[in-house]
Structures are given as C-alpha cells and as structure tokens.
Design a protein around this ligand. Sequence first.
Ligand SMILES: [Zn+2]
Ligand SMILES: [Zn+2]
Length: 324
Amino acid sequence: MKAIIWGSCGSLPSPTSSASIRQKVRDAIWGARTEKFEKREDIDRYLETLPHSARGTYKANTSCVQIVADTDEYIFCDAGTGLRDFALSLGKKPSVATYHIFISHLHWDHIQGFPFFTPAYLPGNRIIFHGFHKETERAIRAQMQAPCFPVPFEAMQATIEFDIKENGANFNVGNVHVSTIKQQHPGDSWGYCFQEREKRIIFSSDSEHGPEARNAGYPFVDFFKNADVLIFDGQYTFEEATNEKRNWGHSDHITAVELSARAKVRQLIVFHHEPAYTDAEIEDIHKDALSYSAEYNQQLSNHANKPTYPQRIELAFDGLEIEA
Ligand SMILES: [Zn+2]
Ligand SMILES: [Zn+2]
C-alpha cells in the first residue's frame, strides 16, 4: 500500500509566484558556479543536493491524497484541487472506474477540486463520497451552482453516491478496512486509517490537538498506534497553535512529533501547510521539529538502544509518494 500526495497546501491553493521562481533559479545557478556539468544527468545530481525549498515547493494544490492498495478501485482522501491534477494524469481516454472519496470535512479547500474532476463527467464511472457530514451532498452540489460555477452538478454523468455514516462507523473498500476518528475542528472533521493486511496509512488533516493531547490515554495515540504512515496536519508552529491560533482547528510540527513518537509511528508526513509561509520558512519549522524529535525520544526512553519514532519525518509536497 502507498500514499500519493496530490495536494498538500492548507486553506487555499498557493501557487509559487514568478518572483519566487526567479529567486530559486538565481540561487540554484549561483550555487552551481563551481560545478562542472557535462551531461544533463549531472544537473539532476546537483539539484538533488539542494533542499526541496530551493528546487520545488511545498505549497500548490489543496488537500488530496490517493491511497494505492491492491484493488482496481481508486481511493482518495479529500477532493481539494489536487484531485484535478490526478484527473489530468489519467490522460485523454481513461478507462471506466470506481472512485472512493473519503471526505475529512466540507471546508472549501477539501472539496473545491471536484467540479474539475473530469471522470465525474463520464458515463459509466462510479464515484462514492464517504464521510460523516450530513450536508455532504448539499455542499458538493452547492459549489457548482450559478453564479459561482458555470457547469451544474447535474451535468456530471457518472453515477455519484453519498455514503454518509454515523460517528464511530467504519468502512471497507475491497480488502482495505477503514477505521475512523472524530477530530477537533470548526464544524468537526474525521480522520481515516486505511489498513490492508498488516500495513496502515492514516490521513488525519484539519485536526487540532490542545493541551489534553499530552494526557495519558489520549485517544489519538491509540488511533495512530504503530502506523506505517501518518499524514498529519502541521499547519502551524507550536507557538501559533498554543497561542494566537488556538481553537483555529489545526495542529503543529511539535505536536506531530510527540504524538507520533508516543504512538510508535514509522513515517510522519507533515501536511496542510500554512499558505502564508515561504517554502524556506516551512523547512525551517521542519528542522526545529527534527531536532526536537531526537530530544523528545530521549525523554521518552530511559536507556539507549531503544528504537526511536518516527523513523522518518518529511514534509508533504505534491507528487510525493510514500510506501507503507
Ligand atoms: Zn483545510
Ligand atoms: Zn478545515
């Protein structure tokens, strides 16, 4: 099983400006002034030595993650603008398919890619929204109503179903079992754990963890337990999350590290980036979290040679693929 990030930016799409691209190119050329390039591959090797902020971006599309499992049916978390990039990757004549879209919640950044999801316009396709918000169908239809969008929901010729359950319910897609947890977020949100055989990938975005997260028995430690991959809302710095942005419904990099270490998560992927930060600023916050992870693991274990968790901490970016 693996996860593919199609959209990782929080709140709204945040395309890189021409000025920012120019600065990245200028810095990269300056950094290469003593390098010798004979083949194009030499340039690729040089680019690999640069931080991701210098040769790419963390912020482009809004929330959309594909879960690739041993099934012909497609599985997604959220329908932000990343869903459109997935649709483009299918090419001009995609074959008929079934798409499962697990919705964390209905804020715009988590549904706004759906009107641009071309498989929805093709007869024969089947799309099933799974989730917990009673207003899911209304919200999906409403964002396509005039005067806000030129094409009505009714123009979509795929079969579109809404599988809305009561809190606490689980789902199954083929051999993938999906357990769920209600999260703290304005209007509520839900996290999803996808399990196939012994592998587990958890998508937990738009979820605030207040001071109670440090209590023994905090339910998310149990939900995240031994996950192979945890995709976690780290929009803020710890200072922001605990002060001026308290109760805004998002978490931070430090809490991501602590909960992952306590739950023995193998790979932590920090997701839902703050659009107001530059790529370099997001990387700086991440570096602090990496050093805190070593310190926190020492606090957790009383003697050396204990394994540390998470074993990998990475920032999500569009195009990142993570094997469970
Ligand atoms: Zn969001
Ligand atoms: Zn939200």
